[in-house]
Design a protein around this ligand. Structure first.
Ligand code: RIB
Length: 340
C-alpha cells in the first residue's frame, strides 16, 4: 500500500512561495503576517491538506500553546463573560485555554497559578483577588508572562480594567439626579481596589451634592452579602434609612432587592437601587436593575490581545513595553432607580 509522503511546513512554503518562517507565523502569530500573504499560505494549507501538529511543534519548540486563565470567582457571571471574551480571542490565534477558579480564596489562587507554572503554560491572564499573589513573580522568573485584568493600575505587567472611581461617581450622581439625598454604598471586601474605587467615586458625588452617604461594608461580592445588608438597612429608623442604594456589584444588588421586598419595601418607590457590572441577571431581576455596565467580554478580549502581543514580542526577540487599557463604564438605567 503506497503511503503519502508526510507533508511538512516546507511543502506549504514552496506552494505559497514564502519562507518556512512565514508559514510558522501564519500558524502561530497570524497578526504578524500581511493579510494577502496570510491568505496565500492558508490556501496552500487547505489545498495540501496539511495540519500543523501543534503539540509536537510546541514540544519541539519547547513551549506550550496553552494559556492559563485564573479568576476570583468563576461562579460570578461577570467572570464567566470575561473568560468567554478572552478564550474567543485566544482561539483565533490558535491558543488553547485552561481555566482556574480562585473561589475567592488567596491560597487557592496561589495553587491555581502554581499549577499553571507546573504545566508550563505559555502565558497567564489573571483577575487577582486582591494583592498580587507571590506566584506572579515565580511565573515571571519562569518566563511565563502574566496579564492582569479587572485592575486599573499596571505595575510590572500589561493590565486591563475599568475606571471604577468614575463608575461609582455616575452611580451616585444618577441617584442624586433622581432626587435622593440620603444614599448608601454597600460593598466589600475593602481589600479589593475595585470596591474602594467605587466607594470613592460615590463619596465624591455625594460630597459635591451635599448628600449623605452611609457606607455598609460586607464580606463578599455576592447575593448573601446583599441580603444581610438589606436586613441592616431595613432595621434603621425610617428617618435614618437611605432612599438611594448603590451596591458594588449586581449580585449584592440582587440580594439587596430581595431583602428590601421581603421587608415590605417597594423598589424604587421606597428605595431606589443601582448595581455594578450589568450582568444578564440585572435586566432579568424581579425589578429590572439599574447597573453600571462593565464591558465584560471586551475586558477578556483585550487582556488576551495584550498577552498575544507580548508573546509575539518575546518570540520575535523584540523589547516589550507593558500597556494599560482602562475602559470607562456606562450607566444602564432600568426600573429599580426610576424617578417616582
Ligand atoms: O462581580 C464581581 C466583581 O468583582 C466585578 O465588579 C469585578 O470588577 C470584580 O471586582
Amino acid at each position: 500500500m503506497s503511503t503519502q509522503p508526510r507533508l511538512s511546513m516546507r511543502d506549504v512554503a514552496e506552494m505559497a512561495n514564502v519562507s518556512i518562517g512565514t508559514v510558522s507565523n501564519v500558524v502561530n502569530n497570524p497578526a504578524r503576517v500581511l493579510p494577502a500573504t496570510r491568505e496565500r499560505v492558508l490556501e496552500a494549507i487547505r489545498t495540501l491538506g496539511w495540519t500543523p501538529n501543534q503539540q509536537a511543534q510546541a514540544l519541539r519548540a519547547g513551549r506550550s500553546r496553552t494559556i492559563g486563565l485564573a479568576v476570583m470567582d468563576v461562579a460570578n457571571p461577570f467572570f464567566a463573560d470575561l473568560l468567554r471574551g478572552a478564550q474567543a480571542r485566544l482561539e483565533e490565534e490558535g491558543y488553547g485555554a485552561t481555566i482556574g477558579d480562585a473561589d475567592n480564596r488567596p491560597a487557592r489562587e496561589e495553587a491555581v497559578l502554581r499549577s499553571f507554572r507546573d504545566q508550563r503554560v505559555r502565558g497567564v491572564i489573571l483577575g487577582p483577588i486582591a494583592a498580587l499573589p507571590r506566584e506572579v513573580e515565580a511565573l515571571h522568573k519562569a518566563r511565563i508572562p502574566t496579564v492582569l485584568v479587572d485592575r486599573a493600575e499596571g505595575g510590572d505587567a500589561c493590565t486591563v480594567g475599568v475606571d471604577d472611581v468614575a463608575g461609582g461617581r455616575i452611580a451616585a450622581e444618577h441617584l442624586i439626579s433622581q432626587g435622593h439625598r440620603s444614599l448608601a454604598f454597600v460593598g466589600g471586601p475593602t481589600t479589593l481596589a475595585q470596591v474602594r474605587d467605587r466607594r470613592e467615586g460615590a463619596e465624591q458625588a455625594a460630597e459635591a451634592a451635599e448628600a449623605n452617604l452611609l457606607a455598609v461594608s460586607v464580606p463578599s461580592l455576592d447575593f448573601t452579602s446583599g441580603r444581610s445588608a438589606a436586613e441592616h438597612i431595613t432595621m434603621l429608623p425610617v428617618d435614618e434609612r437611605p432612599t438611594g442604594i448603590f451596591c458594588a456589584n449586581d449580585l449584592i444588588a440582587i440580594g439587596m432587592l430581595q431583602g428590601l421586598v421581603a421587608a415590605g419595601l417597594r423598589v424604587p418607590q421606597d428605595v431606589a437601587l443601582v448595581g455594578y457590572d450589568d450582568i444578564d441577571f440585572a435586566a432579568a431581576a424581579t425589578v429590572p436593575l439599574s447597573s453600571v455596565a462593565q464591558p465584560r467580554r471586551e475586558l477578556g478580549r483585550s487582556a488576551a490581545e495584550l498577552l498575544i502581543q507580548e508573546l509575539a514580542d518575546i518570540d520575535g526577540g523584540l523589547e516589550h513595553q507593558h500597556r494599560t487599557i482602562t475602559y470607562t463604564p456606562s450607566l444602564v438605567v432600568r426600573a429599580s432607580s426610576a424617578r417616582v
